[in-house]
Design a protein around this ligand. Structure first.
Ligand code: ADP
Length: 600
């Protein structure tokens, strides 16, 4: 069942992406293509919508029939009353079942598509490359999954159900009028060009104001998110007033843009209302005269008047669709940008790895980030044997993290080759490779759940003993023992209820329990007191033993214990050797160490 749903997400995401790539800028075609195969559901839904609404479509005709019948008097009048009221009651009787069928068809398609699109986006986010995620702000992605999907669904509903309903209602009203009187029909048809002229006169201004307002809203949400993240810094520097003022300026700007949009929309509404009302007055005069001259029956005046109201209402309906249409179409391209992105890791058909020794070989590896001329790694040559510990040191920006990202396979060499156990990293299925490695990031990433959940993240059938062993190796035993609920203690969002050192050790326990062959570790730079440092060092020692390890090292003890130290500088390996060797060399590393010792 679960897999089916995931397949469905994949199918839906692929369909959307295909339509987006095919039609690109034309969002309406993207939408039409996306719903292919579902049209019949919308058609059925519209059909029942028209039935459900038929009382309002036919009432004017029924009333006119009764008036005309009554004016004739006698038996004809009685018959007209009974017949027309009977039809009316019949139409009302089928309103409820028709409404039920209409809602069922429409809402099922809409809700399924909504969930499907969100699922497709979530699935895609799991596939998109790490550089893509680094560049894209999470706030924007969140807005796509929630806001844009909603806008697309509103658009679909309006487009497939409302617009079709409007067209059908118009067609019915105009057909009845055509049967009754062609001259009046001509008069009705005149409304279309007048409505179009009114829409055209306002359209570009409304669209412009709409866009301006939407951008301001996005900016506001981005600023507010940033503000919330910044609260501790703001508070620490007593800058609350400045922050509030900064947001106030933004809010004022948004309010101003919103006001302008409201005004233009309201003005547009009023102008079109007046134009339509004028027409309606003319229509009354026109049909009145026709009745006076005996060209139509008196009762038909109400029919034409009501029909005209219907026509006008339908046109107003189309006009009101305008903002929803504009917003929805923009959301389609916003979603398309993600679903259509090619920036994904491709593992299909690549060699699966079922065991890893942990030998690495860099052959003249080069790397540069997108949109950047500068080489971040510039011809790295390195051979690492299984079980070795390699410490990477160097100034900030020298390329250490980039090296780690290459080793995890988050990024691929631009030039040169990287071999893992003799196989080119480009040829292996990275997901199978990553089963054998553990990554400990600089900032521990914990989620809301128990300590046990965080340690065993994604692992099944882990016994308590195994967890406790990892806890012990990560030097967490005494911490857990002090907690009333032990391993079942809930970790709050981002681990707010734990100290920095404790968070790090949970992150280390998570790596240990996986019993990996290779450890990739970015040591935290944050200053820790000597006790915490010792505890973390012990935990690291437990982790590293017997495994190939790459560490971006900041602690002296880690550097000392490494088998080999690489000194990186501007993407090149400047020095390489054991601690003793590098100290004896009296080069860059020696200078760095001297400086650090002096600071201690
Ligand atoms: P280190 O870990 O040694 O501090 P990094 O490997 O993080 O260095 O960065 C090396 C260089 O690459 C820096 O100049 C940095 O500005 C640049 N860099 C890092 N990440 C990105 C990125 N996502 N896009 C563009 N440039 C980046």
């Amino acid at each position: 069942m679960e897999t089916n749903k995931t397949d469905n997400y994949e199918e839906m995401g692929n369909r959307f992406a295909r339509c987006y790539q095919k039609h690109g800028g034309n969002s309406i075609l993207v939408l039409l293509g996306f719903y292919k195969g579902q049209y019949h559901r919308f058609l059925i839904s519209t059909f029942f919508f028209v039935i459900k609404h038929s009382p309002s479509l036919f009432t004017s005709l029924l009333i006119a029939n009764v008036i005309n019948g009554v004016l004739k008097g006698g038996e004809a009048g009685r018959r007209a009353i009974l017949l027309n009221v009977g039809i009316w009651l019949f139409l009302l009787a089928i309103h409820l079942p028709a409404n039920w069928v209409y809602s069922m068809y429409k809402n099922r398609v809409i809700r399924r598509t909504e969930a499907g699109l969100r699922g497709a986006l979530v699935k895609k986010l799991q596939e998109l490359s790490i550089p893509y995620h680094t560049e894209m702000q999470s706030g924007r992605l969140q807005s796509k999954i929630i806001r844009d999907v909603e806008a697309v669904e509103t658009l679909s509903e309006q487009l497939f159900v409302n617009l079709m309903n409007i067209s059908i209602s118009l067609l019915i009203t105009l057909s009845i009028t055509a049967v009754k009187n062609r001259i009046i029909l001509l008069f009705f048809v005149l409304v279309a060009p007048v409505a179009s002229v009114t829409v055209i006169a306002f359209r570009s201004r409304i669209r412009g104001e709409n866009r301006a307002f939407r951008r301001e809203m996005e900016e506001t949400s981005a600023r507010v998110m940033e503000m919330v993240e910044l609260v501790p810094v703001t508070r620490a520097h007593a800058l609350e007033k400045t922050e509030i003022e900064r947001i106030r300026v933004q809010l004022d700007e948004t309010a101003e843009k919103g006001y302008r949009l409201d005004m233009i929309q309201s003005h547009f509404g009023a102008v079109s209302w007046c134009v339509f009302q004028m027409f309606q007055a003319f229509c009354l005069a026109f049909s009145g005269y026709m009745a006076l001259r005996g060209m139509i029956q008196v009762g038909d005046i109400t029919f034409y008047q009501n029909s005209f109201t219907q026509v006008v209402n339908q046109f107003t309906g189309v006009i009101n669709l305008l903002p929803i249409l504009t917003k929805g179409l923009e959301s389609i391209s916003s979603i398309g940008e993600v679903l259509g992105s090619d920036d994904v890791e491709r593992n299909e058909g690549k060699q699966e790895i079922d065991r890893l020794e942990g030998n690495y070989s860099f052959k003249n590896v080069k790397f540069a980030y997108r949109d950047s001329e500068e080489s971040v790694l510039d011809g790295i040559n390195l051979d690492v044997k299984a079980g070795e510990t390699i410490a990477l040191v160097g100034e900030s920006g020298s390329g250490k993290t980039t090296m780690l990202n290459l080793l995890i396979g988050f990024i691929a060499p631009l030039d040169g080759r990287l071999f893992i156990d003799g196989r080119d990293i480009n040829d292996i299925n990275l997901r199978s490779y990553r089963r054998f490695i553990s990554v400990v990031p600089q900032t521990p990433i914990l989620f809301t759940g128990t300590i046990r959940d965080n340690i065993t993240y994604g692992m099944e059938h882990v016994t308590d003993e195994e967890v406790m062993k990892a806890v012990e190796a990560a030097n967490l035993k005494s911490v857990i023992a002090r907690l009333p609920k032990g391993l079942d203690t809930m970790i709050e969002e981002h681990g707010a209820n734990l100290s920095g050192g404790q968070r790090q050790r949970i992150s280390i326990a998570r790596a240990i329990i996986r019993d990996p062959k290779v450890i990739i570790l970015d040591e935290a730079t944050s200053a820790l007191d000597t006790i915490s440092e010792k505890e973390i060092q012990d935990a690291l020692d437990g982790l590293i033993k017997g495994r190939t390890t790459f560490i971006v090292a900041h602690r002296l003890s880690t550097v000392r214990d490494a088998d080999r130290i690489l000194v990186l500088d501007k993407g090149k390996i400047r020095e390489e050797g054991s601690y003793r060797e590098l100290m004896d060399l009296k080069g860059e590393f020696y200078e760095m160490e001297r400086l650090q010792m002096a600071l201690r």
